[in-house]
Ligand binder design. Structure first.
Ligand code: SAH
Ligand code: SF4
Ligand code: F3S
Length: 485
């Protein structure tokens, strides 16, 4: 093992964090210019979304704006008059996919000369992507970024009037985009932004560059939005941020624990979830708030990224393996039956076999319910992209396979332990693969498939678990005897 005694406990931050400016953003008034309301009646839009839940939620906002303009949604690209790609920049293959798709749909323009194709979200925040679109994809009609998505109505208007690409990307946020209209499709679960941006600057990660500095919404505006959602029938609220447990640091009058308690006691709310929390600054106050607020679900997504202190240090994660394991112990002691999930990057530059084995060991020790696993992808402009990387891709792929094999085994064991138990399941709808079967989730965020009448959709029911697979549980509807997972 290559780490030293001073690795124990919180690490002194190795990479200097940039100076963070305090942001004081104006509130946005009048999202849509009055003369544009209904101006595109009869036209249809389609948004293809990549990346994290933040992007999924931004798509709901863009849909909200387009519907005010008069657009209807369509799932059929042949029928669409506007196709938007809401993109993710976090790994290179996500970017390649988008460029591939944009190229694939180009011929639709010959059939429908009125068709607008747009690229928005995180990719356009990169200068290199802007240049690539100008040079290689000049027939893309509009391009905008994460900080100015409220400009969509006027950019659409400009794109109809222009022969050239309308490209407007802001380097930083100027407005809090809290009060924009949203189209929420699902009806029972809703996302609510509590914080924009990220200040952590993990050395591999592009998000601080595409989303800007951390900005928290005020507690009252969040709680008001949640109350409105619950009043219109939503039962489960997931609050979103890149580091939700840093919530409020920039405001100074409330922290994430206060926020969880405030949302958790909104009259009529059934479930509260949050994503993503960072091991860094996961305080005892937050653990207590989760443990003591009944509506907050027993599931914590706690990305560890690596089990090796040497790698964690080079990633600038700000914690050690020992700190992380200690945190997991505290969480498990305070929140019985909590489900823990994680993100892991394999093949960070210079990761040795020894480092990787430490990750495998940590995975066994924590025993996660599931994990998202990625091969490191260098992102231009991030500090890690300048590190030498002698590890061949073949080795990285092989490590990823070993990691997934181990995690799948552990995930299945967790699921098998639930067989015979009766759990609370919030039914979301019909199963994607079989319309005769309903699909819902446990409080611990596990997917349960069950036979039940369609009236059960959007209801919380008690389900006995009969069978378990790596990704899903199979259950039977019962009426009593709930046990928490
Ligand atoms: N804010 C969240 C993560 C957002 S990005 C957090 O810190 O937990 C989602 C995941 O993508 C990260 O947790 C990380 O595992 C992965 N990721 C980010 N940058 C990456 C890169 N350059 N290569 C591979 N995976 C990456
Ligand atoms: Fe990226 Fe790190 Fe911020 Fe997460 S905390 S978004 S991994 S920089
Ligand atoms: Fe991707 Fe942007 Fe989210 S880079 S992970 S869509 S914040």
């Amino acid at each position: 093992m290559s780490h030293h005694i001073d690795d124990i406990g919180m690490l002194a931050v190795q990479v200097k964090r940039p100076v963070i400016e305090k942001t004081d953003l104006r509130a946005l008034t009048d999202a849509v210019r009055p003369d544009l309301v209904g101006a595109y009646k009869g036209k249809r839009y389609m948004i293809r979304t990549y990346g994290c839940q933040m992007n999924e939620h931004d798509t709901e906002v863009m849909a909200g704006l387009l519907e005010i303009l008069g657009y209807d949604s369509t799932e059929d690209e042949e029928l669409a008059d506007l196709i938007l790609f809401n993109t993710c920049a976090v790994r290179e293959n996500a970017e390649n996919k988008v460029f591939g798709e944009v190229g694939r749909i180009r011929p639709l323009k010959y059939r429908n000369p009125e068709l607008l194709i747009g690229v928005c979200g995180c990719m356009p925040q990169e200068k290199a992507v802007q240049a690539k679109i100008r040079e290689t994809y000049p027939w893309i009609d509009l391009v905008f970024g994460t900080h100015n998505l409220h400009r969509l109505p006027e950019l659409v208007e400009q794109a109809y009037a222009s022969q050239e690409t309308v490209m407007e990307v802001w380097d930083k946020a100027q407005f809090m985009l809290d009060d924009l209209p949203k189209v929420r499709k699902e009806g029972v679960r809703a996302w609510v932004n509590i914080q924009y941006g990220c200040n952590k600057f993990c050395t591999y990660c592009i998000v601080p560059y595409t989303r800007g500095r951390e900005r928290s919404r005020t507690l009252t505006s969040i709680v008001d939005e949640v109350k409105g959602l619950v009043a219109s029938g939503f039962k489960e609220i997931t609050v979103l941020g890149q580091n939700v447990n840093d919530y409020g640091i920039d405001l100074g009058n409330a922290d994430f624990a206060d926020l969880l308690r405030a949302i958790g006691r909104v009259e009529g709310i059934e479930r509260v979830r949050f994503t993503t929390s960072n091991p860094w600054n996961f305080t005892d106050r937050v653990i207590a708030a989760i443990a003591e607020t009944e509506t907050v679900c027993e599931h914590i997504h706690l990305p560890v990224q690596s089990g090796s202190n040497a790698v964690l240090r080079k990633m600038n994660r700000g914690y050690t393996r020992e700190y992380y394991l200690q945190l997991v112990k505290k969480i498990r002691a305070a929140i019985p039956n909590v489900a823990l999930t994680t993100d892991i990057i394999v093949g960070f530059p210079t990761e040795t076999e020894e480092d990787f084995l430490q990750t495998l060991q940590l995975i066994e020790e924590v025993s996660y319910d599931s994990a998202y696993t990625f091969i490191y992808s260098p992102r231009t402009g991030t500090p890690a992209a300048r590190l030498e990387d002698p590890v061949p891709l073949e080795v990285k792929k092989e490590r990823l396979n070993r990691l997934m094999e181990l995690q799948n085994k552990i995930s299945r064991l967790h699921n098998e332990q639930l067989i015979g138990k009766t759990l609370e399941v919030l039914i979301e709808g019909v199963s994607k693969t079989n319309p005769n079967v309903l699909s819902g989730r446990t409080r611990t965020n596990k997917i349960v498939l069950l036979d039940a009448p369609k009236e059960a959709i959007h209801q919380t029911v008690f389900t006995r678990i009969d069978a378990a697979q790596t990704w899903t549980l199979r259950g039977t509807l019962v009426t009593s005897d709930v046990e928490t997972a």
